[in-house]
Design a protein around this ligand. Structure first.
Ligand code: ADP
Length: 726
């Protein structure tokens, strides 16, 4: 009795990702077809179809259908009693069933392996071991039909071992299931095995009853195979129990169904198929190995690429590290070079600063040391010329006077340009009346105008505010420079100052200054360069007083006021210089400091004390004061001045700053400490900026720079005196 487990269509549809679903379905169809041929014992067709399904599944890497194919092929070889081959195919099938982890497949294959061991009489105990394993799996998947058949097979094996009780233990639990079951095959086998049991036990009657029941069921079963089996078992029973007649009869009946499964042709064919299957497997294994090789080669290629990539990255990294190292070294080198350079620069800066201080000191000293004797030379030549009218035509005296004045102008201009270029000029924010400043300029220029027979006029816009805010001294310096140029280069012509308000906003107004003359004019090609230092166009020795620094100073000063200077000029027709400056302004009248009318002051004799250690300067200052008919007392030192002041009253003190023992500052301080409030005017050859602040600190009322315009000196004297008596 053999119950083979083949497959159940469509129960399992397990596909791995790599599988082709179409090929799997095709394999399943082929196997179903093969199974039905197998059932009809058409082994060759069944074998060819299952071989086809096998190679399809091999190529498709379809492990589930591979297990099924090997199961069927194993069954076919089992039927031909080629137990080695059958076991070989089943084992392969079982390996695939394990791979897909399918319990049903596993139980079929275990059961079929058990069948090979049993039916080929290889090892019945081994067959029971496989059946037991199969039963365990069938119980796990809870398949009653399969449990039934496996139990029946185990019982059969035990009976073969003449161990009826062990066999019976497997059959007993099946009785009620078999009764109810519609499955003929199970009914046939059940009764056949019961009969065998009773036969072994010697209960012949029961054995025969069951054999007959089995025969009854088998006759209605489609396959003759079962009936033949029962006939043969019945025959064996009679023969064993000594009923030879019945035994022979049933043997005959059994033989009638015997099919020659293993004809020569068939055997030849199944041998060939087995070889082909083996070849297919080898080919497949070979392909697999090739694929594996290819994969390995690819992996090697990939790892080679990886290694190359790694090497490249490593090289790049090494290069980077090296360049970083080089850079670091370079940076270090640069840093130390930079450090050295910085050190050098610092030293150079310190030297430059030292030089700058030295230069300033030098200029200051030069200015003072040059201006002091020049004050004497200019003053004295003036006095000589004024006091000795008969010497007016003396060419040499005029040359002396001219040279002294030229030298003085040069020193002053050099000082100015130096200050401008070193950005030492800071514009003040004083309230001033431009009209008044212009009047003073006009006044002081009259003499110069007359010298060349020029008419000087000032025209001021009515819109000009009463008070502007700015540095009136620097503004005057610009205007005076331009006017003196205009007067120098014009003969018997007109020079005018025109002041126009270009724009007036709530707090600021833009004022344009135009200084025009009807003189020589400047050639177009020279118009640019006259603003360069030391440029004098077609100057002949001694034809006019000029240094070539006037216009560069003017230009720089205008720029300090945030303005620009321009000029229009035509040869022999005249020149106009224009510049515009924005001022803050006040539209209120300035508070009049000089409330005393000028006439009244002019009449008063002001007693002046001149504190001066330099003999020549004493003479020059005294002469200037005396020309105004003011009494003048000279004190040769600070101490003498203090002594004089203790016993005398002076209206104004003119104080030299640099004197030995007690300088002008200290003397003034002592005077103030004595409670004397007489205005003190410092007369100094130093730069105003250098002395102004210190002078104020020591009680000095005002500062006048030597050599000075006598007009300005008297104006200051009278202003301060008026203030002191008011
Ligand atoms: P200087 O001290 O020689 O006047 P400036 O710098 O003031 O130097 O002027 C440079 C030159 O520009 C003068 O030498 C003169 O040739 C020319 N110049 C300046 N102003 C006038 C003017 N109003 N008319 C004609 N030429 C002028």
């Amino acid at each position: 009795m053999r119950i083979l487990f083949l497959f159940i269509i469509g129960i399992f549809s397990i596909f791995s990702h790599s599988q082709n679903k179409e090929d799997s379905a095709k394999a399943e169809l082929l196997l179903n077809e093969a199974a039905s041929f197998y059932k009809k014992q058409n082994y060759i067709k069944a074998l060819n179809l299952s071989k086809e399904a096998l190679s399809l599944s091999l190529n498709n890497n379809d492990e589930y259908h591979l297990a099924l194919s090997y199961n069927l092929i194993g069954s076919i070889y089992g039927d031909f009693s080629q137990s080695d081959r059958a076991l070989n195919f089943y084992t392969k099938g079982l390996a695939y069933a394990n791979k897909v982890d399918n319990d049903t497949l596993r139980l079929w294959l275990n059961s079929n392996i058990g069948g090979v061991y049993y039916y080929n009489n290889i090892d019945i105990k081994e067959s029971i071991r496989f059946y037991d394993k199969s039963l365990e799996l069938a119980e796990k998947v809870k398949d009653s039909l399969q449990i039934t058949f496996i139990r029946l097979n185990i019982a059969n094996a035990y009976f073969e071992l003449e161990n009826p009780d062990s066999g019976m233990a497997y059959i007993k639990p099946l009785s009620s299931y078999i009764e109810k079951s519609e499955n003929l095959e199970s009914k046939i086998t059940y009764h056949d095995l019961l009969a065998k049991y009773y036969s072994l036990k010697g209960v012949n009657k029961k054995a025969e009853e069951n054999f007959l029941k089995a025969i009854g069921f088998a006759k209605t079963f489609e396959s003759p195979y079962q009936l033949q089996d029962v006939y043969q078992n019945f025959a064996n029973h009679y023969l064993n129990s000594g009923n030879l007649i019945e035994g022979k009869r049933y043997s005959k009946l059994a033989k009638a169904f015997e099919v020659d499964v293993a004809s020569e042709d068939k055997l030849d064919t199944i041998d060939k198929v087995a070889t082909q299957i083996e070849l297919d497997e080898y080919r497949f294994q070979f392909e697999r190995i090739e694929i594996k090789n290819e994969l390995q080669n690819q992996k090697i290629r990939e790892s080679r690429i990886l290694i190359i990539g790694f090497c490249v990255i490593l090289i790049i990294l090494l290069v980077l590290i090296y360049s970083l190292y080089r850079n670091k070294k370079l940076v270090k080198k640069n840093n130390s070079a930079l450090f050295l350079k910085n050190k050098e620069l610092l030293a150079a800066k310190n030297t430059a600063e030292e030089h700058s201080v030295l230069k300033s000191q030098f200029i200051s000293t030069v200015s003072h040391e040059l201006r002091t004797p020049l004050y004497g030379v200019v003053g004295l030549s003036n006095i000589i010329l004024e006091e000795n009218k008969d010497l007016v035509n003396q060419e040499n005296l005029h040359s002396l006077h001219f040279s002294a004045q030229y030298l003085l102008a040069l020193v002053n201009d050099l000082l100015d340009i130096n200050k401008v270029e070193e950005n030492k000029i800071i514009l003040k924010k004083n309230h001033f009346d431009l009209r008044k400043e212009l009047a003073i300029i006009n006044n002081s220029m009259t003499f110069m105008a007359n010298t060349n027979g020029n008419q000087l006029s000032v025209c001021v816009d009515e819109e000009l505010p009463e008070q502007l805010v700015g540095d009136e001294l620097r503004l005057s310096q610009i205007i005076i420079n331009l006017i003196s140029n205009a007067l120098k280069f014009t003969k018997n012509g007109k020079v005018s100052i025109e002041v126009k308000v270009l724009e007036k906003k709530s707090e600021k107004c833009t004022v344009e200054f135009a200084i025009s003359d009807t003189g020589l004019g400047i050639k177009r090609e020279d118009q640019e360069r006259i603003f360069d230092k030391f440029v004098q166009i077609e100057r002949k020795q001694g034809d006019y007083l000029g240094t070539g620094l006037g216009l560069p100073i003017v230009k720089k000063l205008v720029e300090l006021f945030n303005g620009t200077i321009s000029l229009e000029s035509e040869e022999n027709k005249g020149t106009t210089f224009k510049f515009a400056i924005e001022f803050e302004y006040l539209d209120t009248k300035p508070v009049e400091i000089n409330s005393t009318p000028k006439e009244k002051r002019m009449k008063k004799e002001l007693h002046i004390l001149v504190v001066e250690d330099n003999k020549i300067n004493q003479i020059v200052t005294k002469k200037i004061i005396q020309r105004k008919n003011y009494p003048c007392t000279i004190a040769e030192s600070g101490h003498e001045a203090i002594e004089l002041l203790k016993t005398n009253v002076f209206d104004v003190i003119l104080m030299d700053i640099s004197m030995p023992i007690l300088d002008g500052y200290e003397t003034s301080k002592i005077i103030r400490e004595l409670g004397i409030e007489t205005p003190i005017i410092a007369l100094t050859a130093f730069e105003r900026g250098e002395v102004e602040a210190k002078a104020k600190e020591h009680g000095i009322s005002d500062v006048i720079i030597k050599p000075f315009n006598p007009e300005i000196l008297f104006e200051t004297i009278e202003k301060l005196f008026a203030k002191s008596v008011s």
